[in-house]
Design a protein around this ligand. Structure first.
Ligand code: G3P
Ligand code: MG
Length: 357
């Protein structure tokens, strides 16, 4: 890479701190930058546009490939963000690629969930939109849904020829990549998949695997009070499934506050340092293991997600809570107190740069 940490790093010294920014409620509300985030991020670059301070975005959100999200964030925030600086709720799904590479899987959520999974290497994936369109009558409410555009391909011959194959192919796993757009259809179809062993409309069978990108009960968007997140969808699905099925729902949730996410974030920051260091050619993967950050700052708005996660992860994490999102209190959060509480992300960056100078 031509870009480098030209000031902070030298032969002997690589950056000793890094920053992880939460997105919703810290950097953006919907698609609008908040809390002076544009200004704050610009301070992490040289005048030349080279990165000066290693940072990543660590969001529980998602729905688009990391490369696409990086382009979108670059436009919104006015700095050049690399795909490797975007860690989303669903990013850990790529670690399951070996297990499901050729298995038939279904991807759920807003945006382009199937494209996300295909980008991670999964070869046999359909979005739940497309999958459901192969089953006549699977959603009896579809006709009342004004937004429900018939699947573009549903009238063509290939689609009709494909339907029997798709409907008889066993779904091995369902991945909730991003927030469900149509809870009623998705809960119905997921219950069908999960209670039948992956063959909707058939007899019961062993529950296929189920993965959620995060377990956020709520998050901050443009509306004044918090919105229901993927954790709320999980509760709805789980409550219904457990009423209609003898065995309780089995699932795995990723996203913050899962400790794995903070380990991955540390790794992503180390790799960023190595890929952009001017002396990267003299370091190898062994030294990537040995590169230690003295401090990693997590700037978040949700005490039970961002702050709890950073606290659980322990050193070198240092948690900073902003008041621009889920947390709106005057003092600190009583349940998951942060190491520092500030009004905005701009103040948080100001504090970090002062402390590290
Ligand atoms: O749907 C997104 C939400 O659950 C949280 O996003 O950026 O605050 O981690 P973020
Ligand atoms: Mg947030």
């Amino acid at each position: 890479a031509s870009r480098s940490f030209s000031q902070l790093s030298s032969q002997s010294q690589r950056p000793s701190f890094g920053i992880a920014f939460d997105i919703d409620g810290v950097v953006l509300l919907g698609n609008t930058p908040i809390g002076g985030s544009n200004k704050a991020l610009k301070r992490l670059y040289q005048h030349s546009g080279d990165l000066r301070i290693p940072y990543i975005f660590l969001t529980n959100g998602g729905g688009f490939r990391e490369s696409k999200r990086a382009t979108e964030l670059s436009k919104l925030l006015g700095v050049n963000i690399l795909p490797c600086q975007v860690v989303q709720g669903h990013s850990p799904f790529k670690q399951l690629f070996n297990r499901f590479e050729n298995e038939f899987i279904v991807a759920v959520g807003k945006g382009e969930p199937a494209a996300v999974m295909a980008d991670y290497g999964f070869k046999n994936v359909l979005s739940i939109d497309e999958y459901a369109s192969y089953f006549d009558g699977i959603d009896p409410l579809a006709q009342y849904k004004k937004w429900n555009i018939k699947h573009a391909a549903s009238e063509n011959r290939t689609f009709k020829e494909m339907a029997p194959t798709i409907c008889s192919q066993r779904v091995q796993a369902a991945f909730i990549v991003s927030d469900s757009v149509d809870w009623s259809r998705d809960i119905q179809v997921l219950c069908d998949i999960l209670r039948t062993g992956g063959l909707p409309g058939r007899e019961t069978g062993h529950q296929p695997h189920l993965y959620f990108a995060n377990d956020d009960l709520k998050y901050q968007a443009t509306f004044p009070s918090e919105r229901l997140g993927m954790g709320a969808f999980r509760i709805a699905l789980e409550s219904i499934f457990n009423r209609i099925h003898p065995n309780p729902l089995e699932y795995t949730s990723f996203g913050k506050p899962n400790p794995l996410v903070f380990q991955n974030a540390e790794l992503a920051l180390k790799q960023l340092v190595l890929s952009l260091c001017p002396n990267a050619h003299v370091v190898n993967h062994a030294t990537s293991e040995s590169h230690h950050f003295r401090t990693l700052y997590m700037i978040g708005d949700n005490p039970s997600v961002d702050i709890k996660g950073a606290r659980q992860a322990g050193r070198p994490w240092f948690s900073i809570l902003t008041r621009t999102g889920v947390f709106k209190g005057k003092e600190n959060s009583s349940e998951f107190p942060a190491d520092l509480v500030v009004d905005t992300v701009e103040e948080a960056v100001e504090y970090i740069l002062r402390k590290e100078s």
